[in-house]
Design a protein around this ligand. Structure first.
Ligand code: ADP
Ligand code: MG
Length: 234
């Protein structure tokens, strides 16, 4: 589907939070590398999708009411058999229902279990004065506690992307550290450039998070994505 249609459908129904499945579909269409992700509406469908895309897989709650999926027991990693997939489907739905009885649940997303990489975060927010601003940082505690991130106003040039990556304090980690292979910096630059282009061409997008992206010695892939739209009246 044309990604504009997904954005328009959500806005027409008065929603501002896209699910991970919708967000990834939009971003994939915009040329951003994401893990193969499909929505299952039943346990059997989850098993069928898992067999189709290939085990091991990850299952996650798909709900427009839930922003932080792992906080509610909504993420199950590295499922290696159809039995594990079936059990994970039930566990996830039950965990969410018991904590949020009124949450609307689309189903559960089934996605390829990505091999481990260095976790980085890419994001876009809007500044009242400067408009869309891109953010880059290393995943986890470094961003949340140390605020070790870099920013640039959209649209960015390749030189901006290069600088964004190099100016975070944790940059040496991306150059290779102990058992960690050096990250593919070109792939990260390309991702930043694609994101800039996407933000520039889609003013209805208010906020965007790729958290995390796994950076590899060759390539990079987003395993989680979230898009928030401007509210229709704004
Ligand atoms: P949350 O909504 O809590 O941010 P995420 O989708 O980011 O949920 O999943 C939590 C963590 O699980 C991620 O930070 C990442 O380390 C891991 N993870 C998520 N999806 C995948 C995947 N497809 N392959 C491998 N690891 C994943
Ligand atoms: Mg996440």
């Amino acid at each position: 589907m044309d990604y504009k249609a997904i954005l328009e459908n959500a806005r027409a129904s008065g929603r501002t939070l896209l699910t991970e499945v919708e967000s990834k579909e939009v971003l994939a269409a915009a040329g951003i590398p994401i893990t193969t992700t499909r929505l299952a509406r039943s346990r059997d469908e989850a098993v069928a999708i898992a067999q189709d895309i290939g085990l091991p897989v990850v299952l996650k709650i798909a709900s427009t009411d839930i922003v932080h999926k792992s906080d509610v027991g909504g993420v199950k990693l590295n499922l290696t058999t159809p039995e594990e997939v079936a059990a994970a489907y039930d566990d996830i739905v039950q965990a969410v229902r018991s904590q949020y009885p009124h949450a609307s649940i689309d189903g559960v997303s089934v996605q390829t279990m990505a091999r481990p990489g260095t976790e980085v975060i890419l994001g876009m927010t809007k500044d009242p004065q400067f408009g869309p601003v891109l953010m880059f940082g290393l995943g986890g505690i470094l961003v949340e506690v140390l605020k070790d991130v870099s920013f640039r106003i959209v649209p960015i040039t390749r030189r901006d992307a290069q600088q964004m990556i190099r100016e975070i304090k944790a940059f040496p980690v991306l150059q290779g550290y102990r058992s960690l292979a050096p990250a593919d910096l070109d792939a990260l630059e390309n991702l930043l450039l694609k994101l800039s282009e996407f933000a520039d061409h889609n003013p209805e997008v208010k906020e965007l998070d790729l958290n995390p992206v796994f950076a590899y010695s060759s390539g990079a892939v987003a395993v989680d994505a979230r898009i928030i739209l401007e509210s229709p009246q704004s």
